[in-house]
Design a protein around this ligand. Structure first.
Ligand code: GDP
Length: 196
């Protein structure tokens, strides 16, 4: 599997309009501004596959990228943006829950969190949800270039310890799109999922 083969397939306004639930899918989720688009671009080695934006919360579409006929990356809308109406937030959370529970092709979830403030309530909810659904999780602690290496490693350990009681398949990796830190490790985990 080569993630660099990813091409944009479709933007879906909701989970019901995703491509047919066959093959293998890996989803990317995170708070708005966590660095999800940048990470997708870094991991696929493409400058503008996922659109990065200075106005967080703008993209409410699910973007699907095909790696092959049977392998997809799914970019879920960023959550936690203050200006999104509560009603919409609730709707989205429900839809996201359904997706995690019911999507058969979903084989792994990448959760992106800023390394300087990881595991906010919604992040934790999402990870707990995935754990309950037996879905493997890769927690990418983004923008690790903003911390010294020592502090970044300490943060990884802290997050690992925090999630250990869930007793689930959760990997934690420091990541920087700017420096490509952790890109190889993340790439390997995602490609392994796509090959299951
Ligand atoms: P998204 O909303 O989760 O898709 O986040 P983006 O990828 O659009 O990034 C949000 C902001 O964080 C942008 O200003 C990016 O330039 C910045 N950013 C993303 N990744 C990194 C990184 O690895 N290092 C640093 N220093 N900034 C980053």
């Amino acid at each position: 599997v080569h993630l660099s083969k990813a091409t944009f397939t479709i933007s879906a306004p909701d989970i019901r309009r995703l491509p047919e639930d066959t093959g293998i899918e890996v989803a990317f989720a995170g708070r708005s501004n966590a660095g999800k688009s940048s990470a997708l671009n870094t991991l696929t080695n493409q400058k503008s596959l996922a659109r990065t934006s200075k106005t967080p919360g703008r993209t409410q579409l699910i973007n699907v990228f095909e790696v092959s006929d049977t392998q997809r990356l799914v970019d879920l809308p960023g959550y936690g943006f203050a200006k999104v109406p509560l009603e919409m937030k609730k709707k989205w959370q429900k839809a996201l829950g359904e997706y995690l529970e019911k999507r058969d092709s979903l084989k792994g979830l990448v959760v992106l969190m800023d390394i300087r403030h990881p595991l906010k309530d919604l992040d934790r909810n999402l990870i707990e949800w995935a754990a309950e659904s037996n879905l493997p999780v890769l927690a990418l602690l983004t923008k690790s270039d903003k911390l010294s290496q020592g502090k970044a490693s300490a943060e990884v350990l802290k997050v690992k310890k925090n999630l250990a009681p869930l007793n689930a398949d959760i990997k934690v990796q420091a990541f920087s799109s700017l420096k490509r830190t952790g890109a190889e490790q993340a790439n390997k985990i995602i490609c392994d999922w796509l090959s299951t």
